[in-house]
Write a protein that binds this ligand. Structure first.
Ligand code: DGI
Ligand code: FE
Ligand code: FE
Length: 193
């Protein structure tokens, strides 16, 4: 399918088709959690829902296909992404949001693009998607979830910093490669606070 203009109903149906059942439930959870955060913090509710619905649209594409899409469309793959191609679902997802799902809003595209690593100087919508991805109701494993869920409705920057900190600790514990952007984002928000 290729949409000329982003249509939330059509995109929801497309996600149900393209994602596995668990990922689709997670996606709905991110979309409505992002909508609630948008209400709470004065962001555009429909943009939050749209970005939430699409943030993982490339998650169920296998790694070799993701790498192929990047090659074909000149999307830069860094060393860490080359070794951990699942990270590319954010870049490939933002590309598909534009090309396949008809999203034109730059902020929505960037919220999809930066939802895994974050970036220094995120917009309110980018923060909302990053946080909603971590706290949506189907998430159960992360530590401090109850506290971070409460914090998300009080202070976006403090919630963001706590998630970044817990993510870095988790990645170090499992000895996973850390994307330079994840570290840069943490360093930036540590200074902001
Ligand atoms: O796609 P989701 O699972 O919904 O969520 P996501 O896109 O935020 O990806 C979550 C995973 O990404 C989580 O296990 C932490 C991991 N991650 C975040 N930053 C980095 C990272 N993994 C590696 N290897 N390096 C990073 O810098
Ligand atoms: Fe993701
Ligand atoms: Fe997600």
């Amino acid at each position: 399918m290729k949409l000329k203009q982003a249509d939330i109903g059509k995109i929801r149906k497309a996600m149900e088709k393209t994602l596995d059942a668990k990922r689709y439930e997670h996606t709905l959870g991110v979309a409505y959690t992002a909508s609630c955060l948008a209400m709470c913090h004065g962001e555009n509710i429909k943009n939050a829902e749209l970005a939430g619905l699409l943030h993982d649209c490339a998650k169920c594409i296998d790694n070799s296909k993701k790498l192929k899409i990047c090659e074909k469309h000149n999307i830069h793959v860094n060393k860490i992404e080359g070794k951990n191609p699942f990270l590319l679902h954010a870049k490939v997802g933002s590309f598909l949001a534009m090309e396949r799902y008809g999203v034109r809003d730059k902020d929505v595209i960037n919220a999809i693009l930066n939802h895994t690593t974050g970036r220094p100087g995120m917009t309110k919508l980018e923060k909302i998607i990053y946080i909603a991805d971590y706290i949506e109701p189907n998430r159960k494993q992360a530590p401090n979830l109850a506290a971070i869920r409460k914090l998300a409705f009080e202070d976006l920057d403090r919630a963001l910093l706590k998630i970044l900190e817990d993510t870095l600790v988790y990645l170090e514990t499992i000895k996973s490669d850390i994307d330079p952007m994840t570290q840069k984002t943490y360093d930036y928000y540590k200074e902001v606070k």
